[in-house]
Design a protein. Structure first.
Length: 311
């Protein structure tokens, strides 16, 4: 399931606004009229950004299937053609946040199309509306841990940390996202990360170890199955991957994008975003673990990573 801060994938596979009630008409305009059309999303973001930057910006109307929207320096006005009470005025900041969040949803739903259309828009208009706003598509390796739109479920006890992860997070929890050469790959907490955790913690410990000479790891989840070979190159890691299966079936695109090179400590730090969320949620829920070895090691990794970042 795709879930962002303001949108969630509905039962028929289409996005549905799930944000605060005071923004629902803004959210409905986005899903009804802009839809999952990358160029339309970019155009709307471009107009809102221009109105934010220029007090003299001439208001511009966007007419769609069900709404007329006016974007100007004072904000964004939404009016429904068919239902009189479905209208509202919103700040440019609110419109900006909702539109960028919908772009994130679009990237998860169809990363290749979103990436190519963003390049087309930049080539045609000479500017990238997301430059400096969303670096997700321009990075080689990044982890996004999710916003906890649906919090963890109470779990009294579990065999170990990996087992706790499978119990704490429902299938409706927001997924984490791994970005590999600008391709975002969704990782579910309940199924993927719960399986990956037993290999992830030892791998991060190995990468941090002085004299690290390389490692191989097999990620064995049904929806995240891959073989990675990590080779140190100075202070960096080169990761060669063989992709077997991913959510969204992005294996061919990932293979075409080739190897990733990332700083060794950056690699550890990115994965620690997920560990931090898991450890925080487990401790907040006072989960009792029969075997706390993985939890202790994860906390050690988080402590040493924080020390390195601030030292």
């Amino acid at each position: 399931m795709i879930r962002t801060q303001y949108y969630v994938q509905g039962p028929f596979g289409v996005p549905s606004f799930s944000g605060p009630a005071e923004l629902k008409f803004l959210g409905q305009w986005v899903t009804a009229d802009i839809q999952l059309v990358p160029l339309a999303i970019l155009e709307a973001i471009d107009l809102v950004t221009a109105a934010q930057a220029n007090p003299g910006f001439a208001p511009e109307d966007l007419d769609g299937n069900a709404h007329t929207v006016t974007i100007g320096p004072q904000g964004v006005r939404v009016e429904n053609y068919f239902v009189e009470h479905v209208q509202g005025e919103f700040t440019l900041d609110d419109a900006f946040r909702v539109l960028v969040d919908f772009w994130d949803y679009c990237c998860l739903a169809n990363p290749e199309k979103a990436d190519s259309r963003r390049r087309e828009y930049a080539d045609e208009y000479g500017r990238d509306p997301l430059a400096g706003i969303r670096d997700l598509r321009g990075t080689e390796f990044e982890i996004r841990e999710g916003r906890c739109a649906i919090g963890p479920r109470p779990v009294a006890e579990a065999a170990d940390l990996a087992d706790a992860v499978g119990e704490m997070y429902s299938s409706e929890s927001e997924d984490a996202v791994l970005v590999w050469n600008r391709v975002p790959i969704r990782l579910t907490y309940r199924y993927d990360i719960a399986v990956l955790l037993d290999d992830l913690v030892p791998l991060l410990e190995e990468v941090r170890r002085p004299g690290f000479s390389g490692a191989e790891v097999f990620w064995g989840s049904d929806t995240f199955s891959a073989e990675w070979k990590l080779t140190p190159e100075g202070g960096d890691l080169r990761i060669r991957a063989r992709w077997h299966s991913t959510l969204g079936n992005h294996e061919s695109s990932l293979t075409e994008r080739g190897d990733v090179t990332v700083g060794a400590m950056e690699f550890v730090s990115e994965w620690c975003k997920i560990l931090r969320r898991i450890v925080t949620d487990a401790e907040a829920g006072s989960v009792e673990l029969a075997d706390d070895d993985l939890l202790v090691r994860a906390k050690t990794l988080l402590g040493t990573t924080t020390t390195e970042a601030t030292g």
